[in-house]
Ligand binder design. Structure first.
Ligand SMILES: Nc1nc2c(c(=O)[nH]1)N[C@H]1C(S)=C(S)[C@@H](COP(=O)(O)OP(=O)(O)OC[C@H]3O[C@@H](n4cnc5c(=O)[nH]c(N)nc54)[C@H](O)[C@@H]3O)O[C@H]1N2
Ligand SMILES: Nc1nc2c(c(=O)[nH]1)N[C@H]1C(S)=C(S)[C@@H](COP(=O)(O)OP(=O)(O)OC[C@H]3O[C@@H](n4cnc5c(=O)[nH]c(N)nc54)[C@H](O)[C@@H]3O)O[C@H]1N2
Ligand SMILES: [Mo]
Length: 622
């Protein structure tokens, strides 16, 4: 473990070994003795097998606990809607982004939607301590002090209420607990927020007035990567309340519930109940607003301590644990105490080094995948729905096998052969499509995507309630009105470390792609120009970073000197600093941000991993 030392074996031997090892753990410790770490659609089938049919509750997805889960549960609690990124930016009069840097963070359809909105004249407000790609297109850039967004949101809402600039008709019709909410945030004057957020009160007022003048056609973006400070549920809830206060739901430019096709058949592993006293969240009586699965930190702590029960089996599919979970030391401790680690991936990574067996999945071009369905992005067009099964372009190379086949082969060997829901990805897609009278071959004949008339998503909010005050939260002992909790500021001599996407890479998974690496060789650390002068650093200097716990980056990077970032924070693109020598192109390029994120802040409501509470010093490499 920890070194890439591999011995090539046959699929037969590999599958037999996996099934035997996993079954032995289940027979001895129960299904709860297994854990699963995954991300993405290729991980779902294997996860569902382990969670639904084998019956372990200990599955944890990066997309929830290190990404967007806290946003989803905060919006569900406040509006009853899991928002995804369903804001109608293409038809908005104002687009409001907090820590969302569209253009560096790229989902193609989402970027198109945003650009269309800007082309049509939407005003853009970007709240970000860094002059991001979005900030560069903004009408108002709010270079906020990191960690203080909730204070600003509360002040905007308080100002709108006190000056009667909110959407009173909408609030009367859909709001609940508005009086208590208004009273609860009254202390948040513009001046108080200005001091906390380190931005002028006049600028906060300018933003509030712009939103009020254009409501309800304002796209209050819910964000995507929202696990920042361990105070994230409250911030996301404040965003949802602001959306409600402006009535920006179910209307042009607002938060919408897209109307995708109905009737696709659900094909899945049969569900068995988890054994009693196995759900860690219930045992700990914590994180009552958690997304599905087990909060990663609870799982990792349990595995390391063996309490309240041992977790000795680990299955990983489509997740690079070492780079995506903060505090690598604990991740490695967790992996080292496992009796068996199975990893299903498409390439070697910093995490595969800790696996006992590494099974080669097909890449996305070599396999079918889940069926994507939904509504077209630009909602001002005639409503349309689509059904788009992903299909393989080429046959799998070498000995690669897709994760449906891999899962089924392991399931058979563990004694679950009679529970298999589909023999292949194609069969699974055809079974799902049967519900809407389609099939893969029919959709192929239609050119690979089925399009049908849809229904407008506007005005469909009959059942909506905006819980400005949440009794559900009060019942569980959390603040029922969105509440701001300050985060620690950088100690003397340190600056906060934040990170984000580079447009050229997808996390670490493209780090070994020579073409992309040629365009973005390392991840220079963004340093404010005045700070650089104070530290005696110049553009291009080579530095190491040392964090508050004395952890020094293994590798170096160069300094990017810019006025486009505050002087209490530095920024790195995520996904660099690969340490697995099998990643011959990526090895030791730039700095791995995760290696410096040793301090964790767990969000009390959701159990998500806050990662921006770490501070660094820059040390010249020479
Ligand atoms: N420090 C820090 N940590 C972060 C973030 C950050 O910005 N900074 N971002 C957070 C966010 S928002 C997220 S979503 C997570 C993402 O974290 P991860 O889930 O770790 O995301 P990826 O890097 O995409 O890693 C996915 C793994 O899947 C593999 N893979 C790719 N395609 C396939 C496939 O078809 N089949 C299989 N089996 N494997 C495949 C890749 O090789 C890679 O090892 O990280 C979170 N953690
Ligand atoms: N090219 C590319 N695109 C991607 C991905 C990828 O890997 N590559 N990954 C996808 C995934 S899974 C996700 S979740 C999204 C993530 O995309 P985003 O949700 O946009 O999240 P980050 O990339 O983490 O964005 C970090 C931004 O927040 C700012 N920031 C830091 N601290 C604060 C703060 O306290 N307050 C405010 N207001 N801003 C702050 C940073 O300066 C930075 O601009 O990107 C998606 N798109
Ligand atoms: Mo994410």
């Amino acid at each position: 473990r920890g070194a890439p030392k591999w011995q090539r074996i046959s699929w037969e031997e590999a599958l037999d070994t996996c099934a035997n090892k996993l079954k032995a753990i289940v027979d001895r410790d129960g299904a709860k003795g297994l854990s699963f770490f995954g991300h993405g659609s290729h991980a779902k089938y294997l996860m569902d097998f382990l969670e639904r049919t084998v019956g372990t509750p200990n599955v944890t997805e990066a997309s929830f606990f290190q990404c967007r889960g806290v946003r989803d549960t905060a919006y569900l609690t406040t509006l009853g809607i899991a928002p995804d990124e369903n804001v109608d930016m293409a038809n908005a009069k104002v687009i409001f982004l907090t820590g969302m840097h569209i253009g560096e963070n790229i989902h193609l359809s989402h970027v198109k939607n945003y650009l269309r909105g800007l082309e049509r004249g939407a005003k853009l407000v970007v709240v970000d301590p860094r002059y991001s790609a979005s900030a560069a297109k903004s009408h108002i850039w709010v270079p906020i002090r990191p960690g203080t967004d909730t204070a600003m949101l509360l002040a905007i809402m308080n100002y709108l209420i006190e000056n009667e600039k909110y959407n009173a008709d909408f609030v009367d019709e859909y709001g609940e607990g508005f009086e208590e909410f208004a009273a609860g945030i009254k202390e948040w004057t513009l001046d108080k927020a200005a001091a906390e957020c380190d931005v002028p009160a006049a600028q906060i007022q300018e933003v509030a007035d712009l939103l009020a003048a254009n409501m309800p056609h304002v796209a209050i973006h819910p964000g995507r990567h929202t696990t920042w400070y361990g105070t994230d549920f409250q911030r996301s809830r404040a965003l949802a309340c602001l959306t409600g206060l402006l009535g920006a739901i179910g209307c042009k430019g607002g938060l919408v519930i897209p109307k995708g096709p109905k009737g696709l058949t659900k094909v899945n592993w049969p569900h068995v109940e988890h054994e009693e006293d196995s759900v860690l969240r219930e045992l700990a009586d914590k994180h009552h607003f958690s997304p599905p699965g087990t909060p990663t930190e609870l799982l990792r702590e349990t595995a390391i301590s063996g309490k309240p029960y041992p977790i000795k089996g680990c299955v990983i599919c489509g997740q690079n644990l070492i780079q995506c979970m903060p505090n690598q030391e604990n991740t490695i401790k967790m992996l080292e105490q496992m009796e068996f680690v199975l990893c299903v991936d498409i390439m070697p990574t910093d995490s595969t080094m800790y696996a006992d067996i590494l099974l080669p999945d097909c890449s996305y071009l070599e396999k079918g995948d889940i069926i994507k369905s939904g509504q077209q992005w630009d909602l001002s067009e005639e409503p349309r729905q689509y059904i788009a099964p992903r299909m393989a372009l080429i046959a799998p190379g070498f000995e690669r096998k897709d994760s449906i086949w891999i899962t089924n082969e392991i399931a058979k060997r563990m004694g679950y052969g009679d529970k298999i829901p589909a023999q292949s990805q194609e069969e699974m897609a055809d079974k799902a499509l049967a519900g809407v009278n389609l099939s893969l071959s029919k959709i192929k004949a239609e050119g690979g995507i089925h399009v049908q008339p849809g229904v407008t998503p506007y005005d469909d909010i009959d059942d909506l309630t905006v819980y400005f005050y949440s009794e559900d939260m009060e019942d569980e002992g959390y603040p029922p009105v969105p509440t701001y909790t300050p985060v620690e500021r950088p100690p003397e001599g340190f600056v906060r470390l934040v990170y984000g996407r580079t447009p050229l890479h997808t996390f670490n998974r493209t780090a070994n792609n020579p073409w992309l690496v040629n365009e973005a060789k390392i991840n220079p650390v963004w340093v404010n120009d005045k700070l650089a002068a104070r530290l005696g650093l110049k553009e291009g200097d080579s530095v190491k970073l040392v964090n508050q716990d004395g952890v020094t980056s293994r590798t170096t990077t160069t300094v990017k000197v810019t006025p486009g970032i505050r002087d209490d924070v530095v920024f790195l693109y995520h996904g660099y600093g690969t340490r697995n020598p099998e990643m011959t192109v990526a090895l030791d390029r730039g700095i791995d941000d995760t290696s410096l994120i040793t301090r964790i802040a767990v969000d009390p409501e959701s159990g998500a991993h806050g990662m921006r509470n770490n501070f660094v010093k820059l040390v010249k490499a020479s």
